[in-house]
Write a protein that binds this ligand. Structure first.
Ligand code: ADP
Ligand code: ADP
Length: 232
């Protein structure tokens, strides 16, 4: 099954002389229940493609599907509701709410969707991400790595169909990074969660099931990834 699909997507920022063609015919299919890594040089369109696939932004041309819903037919409000229901996003800069505790940040997607938290699932996430003794802290009282893990827990809290993570190991030391990558693999392989991760780091990408390469706003290649724990 396909969890999300971009077909021949063009995304242009700005207009006239200063317009930037951030995506220039990008086509990518995200298989459900797998861990996909997206790599490519800075400026190649990785973040723009994630934002398009997540329904955070509209595109100028081409087609974007989340599940079997074509985003082109939706109003902004409908897109927001679809995103709340089916998409988790780990932002590069975390985007945690500074006035809320870690626990409140993690449950925010459920609060916004008016849904009751699945206690056992939230507890499992908190446990697996090593956040149990940090739940009452506000973001400013957490390390960068802890904030990043809270952002990951928040993205998974509502059990969305698909989770996007933009450089989720960017602020972590290698040990914390490996723990987080191991967790993302577990989420895909044991829990059936679809994960899409942008990374600059080939070691991080090797935790994924497949690696997609972008250049100049297009997908230019795709490889199955070797699994790091076995080869190291
Ligand atoms: P990557 O994530 O691979 O670094 P991005 O998707 O962030 O690439 O950016 C692709 C191109 O689009 C770059 O040239 C970038 O400067 C430009 N870009 C990204 N976001 C915006 C924006 N909001 N406004 C204008 N240009 C943007
Ligand atoms: P990345 O590391 O993924 O390339 P950036 O640092 O390029 O991320 O972008 C961070 C944020 O700034 C994104 O929300 C992106 O849309 C925005 N952005 C990137 N390039 C530009 C630009 N040239 N003009 C305006 N906004 C931009």
């Amino acid at each position: 099954a396909v969890a999300a699909l971009a077909r021949d997507v063009v995304k242009i920022y700005g207009r006239g002389d200063t317009a930037v063609r951030a995506l220039d015919g990008a086509t990518l299919s995200i298989p459900a229940g797998r861990f996909t890594a997206v790599m490519g040089p800075s400026g190649s369109g990785k973040s723009t493609l994630m934002h398009a696939l997540a329904g955070l932004d509209t595109v100028n041309e081409g087609q974007v599907l989340i599940g079997d819903t074509d985003l082109a037919g939706l109003s902004e409000r409908q897109r927001t509701l679809l995103r709340r229901e089916h998409v988790g996003f780990v932002f590069q800069s975390f985007n945690l709410v500074p006035t809320l505790t870690a626990a409140e940040n993690i449950e925010l997607p459920l609060t916004l969707a008016g849904r009751r938290a699945d206690r056992a699932w939230i507890d499992e996430l908190v446990e697996m991400l090593g956040l149990a003794d940090r739940l009452l802290h506000r973001p400013a009282e957490l390390s960068g790595g802890q904030q990043q893990r809270v952002a990951v827990a928040r993205a998974l809290a509502a059990r969305p169909r698909i989770v996007f993570a933009d450089e989720p190991t960017g602020n972590l030391d290698s040990r914390a990074g490996e723990a987080l990558l191991g967790f993302l693999r577990h989420a895909a392989h044991e829990l059936g969660q679809t994960i899409v991760m942008v990374t600059h780091d080939a070691t991080a990408a090797a935790y994924a099931d497949q690696v997609v390469f972008l250049a100049d706003g297009r997908v230019v290649g795709e490889l199955p990834a070797p699994t790091v724990p076995e080869i190291l």
